[in-house]
Write a protein that binds this ligand. Sequence first.
Ligand code: TYD
Length: 207
Amino acid sequence: MIISFEGIDGCGKSTQIALLTDELKRHNKKAVVLREPGGNNISEKIRELLLDNKNSSMRSETELLLYIASRTQLVRDEIRKMLEDNFIVILDRFADSTTAYQGYGRGLDLEIIGQLNHFATDMGKYMPDITFFLDIPVETAFSRMMSRGEEINRMESSDKDFFERVRNGFIIISENEPERVFRMDAIQSKEKVFEQLKKILKSRNII
Ligand code: TYD
């Protein structure tokens, strides 16, 4: 079972992932959280390249291939093994982020991205069973990012129009795949969002 979390930066993924991990533990289920880009040594190195503000001259095409490279490694090194050991794999971002950020955000060819994601996920074998898209307006995302008090990374320093396109991309993905991708109104309190999330997991007999 693979559960992924998606949304623009500042949408509250980390909070929901922490709540879900606790809930699964309460149900005595084995769960592991992996973040993208990252999740193992090689992918964490790729992450550094991608998020480093010094790399402002990085081409969109290079960016795309690095996200795909990171995913390719994570799928084969971690996700596959964890599933074999019957873990529920919780992913903090996955293939849909590439479609939304590099496809809709950067304007790269969606068909090529689809093919690359297919390749990275071992011909689609390791695509998520359920995806929670935590949706918030771009304005809210920006104010949350600013109030975090952390340094803004290369991706986060993109402008509002970029994030509008990314958000719109996630909305289109959720409309195209309603069986897998659940769009959650993440402007609500974290408790309310989590209640809804639990309902969906219960209806699928996951908890
Ligand atoms: P991160 O600090 O993990 O952001 P967040 O906490 O919001 O998840 O940085 C990951 C950044 O990489 C984030 O801005 C989204 C971006 N990203 C892509 O552009 N494409 C991708 O395929 C993935 C996985 C992430």
